[in-house]
Design a protein. Structure first.
Length: 730
């Protein structure tokens, strides 16, 4: 499932192998963080600490003795177990709950041994084997530490050698037990066009659950990424916080259980809803990874840790390059033909972007895709619209000096399609009840290997037909109603096998086409998780491209995802001037979805210059460190900075987001991430033709000054969008 692990396993060096002795203390540490695990006298594995690293590692062993959380303490009737199993001592929300082959429902996990492997200078994998001695039942816990990024990935593997099958009723990836006086959860809720709305609240006593039962588009209602602040809501620069995200593209469940006076236990994993998993003898069940980072320097640091980790290890080509785009979705919708598309490939060149991306509507003949109600599943180009075939668009694009990309939605089918007629057995639906549709479509049964082949072949066929193909947008517009697989014998495995099937296809696509950029889309951002992002170079955050809303949305995505992965397009949505729209889109991966031929001369010149400028600064935006300087939810001016690793240059985006007509200047905004000892010059960039900047670029400031006193972008109701370049003076 996770191909990177297999690749790296060959390179590892085993540092340590431990066997059960009296008291084992196992520390999983990164540059600044330590997670401490310790066995007790019953050989239970306890997680005794997660927080800032100690200078003296011998002292980790002492932590447990100071903990109130001990068996025998009247208040508490369980242990601070690293992976909580039900049916014995633990009476709260478990990570693991099973029915053994003999019907017994208890699991008592005891430490057997552990191993620490150094994969390279930065990555260490700690593996801990736990067993229930009464049964031949084993859980292996994995902790992969990324030293420089302060990130840990945690997951588990469950197996047994019982005579019959074991049913896994719950099988979370990980538990975290945190200690503090209060806990605050920052979580995100969404709907179509309003992704990643955010709220932050104290977790009162009891269980708070973030989950999804949607099958596909699993983040449509709730994100599987979150932050927990300890004691008080963390700020950008101060406070203790954990940022976490579950690497799974299907149903998830994250429970936050506060108990006693001082504890929070997080249980993250696949949602066990309608998914009792039957595990055969010797079969291994590997849970998805739960990735998290701890920061005692606020949310900003936590985000940068995750973003860095993603760029270096998780996101497809995270440290590589990206293509800028002209997309035709909002400009043509389904209404186009060869001539129009050829004009658009010319416009792509005129604008100066890299790829022309042909969106929905190019396929279907018996049931032409002229709207959202027909054709899905029939991936042959529409002969009326594209008289010369899809391959000729690829050739035209190349002839005009641009690349060609294409939209697909291969997991889906419209009832009005040849595929629906030919393969009723490939469709997810309950026999005997009415079909329910989302966007007039149904989901194909990816648990079925023949369907997996069909989806893979759809992609392969496109590459054969259009050898120039240089970009893919992979959409997914329906969730799963009437969940039932005509293929599977055990419907309890459906939700899990769907995701496994999808991942198998994506593995195959990536094995054959490792370098082609691919955009992850689910009618917007309802499938943004770090499992999917190992196959995709970027994601479409939302169909809402109004730049005002995007300032907020991009802000929220930035808590977990790096800007290189975020596709932002300039469109007709919103009444803001093109400068405002383009500036906002430049904060991630820039693209356009506009009628270039309808731009007036000045707007066109501005857009062309903006693309050129972007090409000069994109490296800082894609690979630099991101600092959220001023929150659009709280202030009149929103400000976000991207700082080059060498601290020699920063790009700062500022937007006036208030509705009051204010043309005076506000308080200075404090920079972050600069070198206090270096001298910098501030210059406004990306100006609209024939406008002057009030920013005096002859002035020099120390990094110290800019971070303590600040700078003023002079953003106001008349200057709603201001980009500044802060550059070191030699
Ligand atoms: C939903 C996507 O979010 C849009 O960008 C567009 O590709 C449409 N689907 C096409 O049907």
């Amino acid at each position: 499932m996770h191909s990177k692990l297999f690749k790296t396993c060959f390179l590892v060096m085993i540092l340590f192998i431990g066997k059960a002795t009296s008291q084992e203390v196992i520390t999983v540490s990164t540059e600044n963080t330590a997670l401490v695990l310790q066995t007790d006298k019953d050989s239970s594995l306890l997680a005794t600490y997660l927080g800032k690293k100690l200078k003296n590692t011998d002292e980790y062993a002492v932590i447990n003795s100071l903990d109130k959380f001990k068996v025998g303490n009247d208040d508490l009737f369980n242990k601070r177990e690293a992976y909580v199993a039900s049916g014995s001592l633990n009476l709260m929300e478990p990570a693991l709950s099973v029915t053994h082959s003999d019907g017994n429902k208890s699991v008592v996990l005891q430490y057997v041994n552990h191993e620490v492997k150094k994969i390279d200078d930065n990555q260490t994998l700690t593996t801990i084997v736990l067993k229930d001695e009464r049964y031949k039942f084993q859980v292996t816990l994995f902790y992969k530490a990324y030293y420089k990024e302060d990130v840990i990935e945690q997951w588990s593997e469950i197996e047994h050698k019982e005579k019959g099958n074991v049913v896994l009723n719950k099988y979370a990836s990980a538990n975290l037990t945190l200690q503090g006086k209060k806990f605050f959860l920052k979580n995100h809720y969404s709907g179509w066009g309003r992704e990643m709305l955010s709220e932050e609240q104290q977790l009162l006593h009891g269980i708070r659950t973030l989950d999804s039962k949607l099958g596909t588009r699993s983040n449509l209602l709730h994100s599987s990424s979150f932050m927990i602040s300890i004691n008080k809501p963390a700020g950008e620069k101060e406070g203790e916080v954990i940022a976490g995200s579950l690497e799974w593209s299907g149903n998830f469940k994250i429970d936050f259980e506060t108990f006693d006076e001082y504890y929070l236990r997080v249980t993250a994993g696949i949602n066990n809803f309608s998914s009792n998993y039957t595990l055969k003898s010797s079969e291994k069940f590997t849970t998805p990874r739960f990735v998290y980072t701890y920061s005692d320097e606020g949310k900003g640091r936590a985000s940068r840790n995750l973003q860095r980790w993603a760029r270096t290890y998780q996101l497809a080509q995270g440290s590589g390059q990206r293509q800028t785009i002209l997309n035709n979705w909002e400009t043509t919708y389904f209404d186009f033909n060869d001539e129009k598309l050829n004009e658009l490939t010319k416009d792509t060149k005129k604008l100066g972007v890299d790829v022309f991306l042909l969106d929905d509507g190019w396929f279907g003949n018996k049931y032409p895709r002229n709207g959202a109600s027909a054709g899905l599943g029939d991936w042959q180009y529409n002969k009326q619209k594209l008289k010369n075939g899809i391959s000729s668009i690829g050739k035209e694009a190349t002839a005009h000096g641009v690349k060609f990309g294409i939209w697909i939605e291969p997991e889906m089918v419209n009832p009005k399609s040849e595929l629906y007629e030919k393969h009723p057995d490939w469709i997810i639906r309950q026999p005997g009840i009415k079909e329910f549709y989302m966007r007039n479509q149904l989901v194909l049964d990816l648990t079925n290997p023949s369907v997996q082949d069909f989806v893979y072949n759809t992609v392969e066929q496109l590459f054969k037909e259009v050898p120039e193909l240089a970009f893919i947008k992979w959409d997914c517009n329906s969730l799963i109603y009437n969940a039932h697989s005509p293929f599977l014998k055990n419907q309890d495995h459906f939700y899990i096998e769907y995701v496994r099937g999808l991942n198998k296809v994506l593995e195959r696509v990536r094995a054959k086409y490792p370098k082609t950029p691919m955009m992850l889309c689910a009618g917007g951002g309802s499938r943004v998780d770090y499992a999917a992002l190992q196959y995709f170079t970027e994601f479409w955050p939302s169909d809402n491209t109004n730049p005002f809303d995007r300032i907020f949305m991009q802000w929220e995505y930035s808590y977990y995802f790096p800007s290189i992965a975020v596709d932002n397009h300039v469109t007709d949505m919103g009444k803001q001037p093109i400068k405002f729209k383009t500036d906002v889109a430049m904060m991630g991966k820039l693209g356009f979805d506009i009628r270039v031929n309808e731009l007036d001369a000045k707007d066109l010149l501005y857009a062309q210059n903006a693309v050129k400028l972007y090409n000069g600064i994109k490296d800082i935006i894609w690979h630099g460190d991101q600092y959220r300087l001023q929150d659009p939810h709280d202030e009149k001016v929103a400000s976000m900075a991207y700082v080059k690793e060498t601290q020699e240059e920063a790009i700062v985006f500022n937007y006036y987001v208030a509705t009051t007509f204010n043309t005076t200047i506000g308080l200075p905004i404090k920079m972050q991430g600069l070198d206090p000892k270096k001298q910098y010059r501030i210059e406004e960039i990306n100006l609209y033709p024939e406008t002057q900047s009030p920013i005096d670029s002859s002035k020099i400031y120390s990094g110290d000054f800019l971070m303590k006193v600040g700078f003023n972008p002079e953003a106001n109701a008349k200057r709603t969008s201001v980009i500044l370049r802060v550059k070191v003076v030699n």
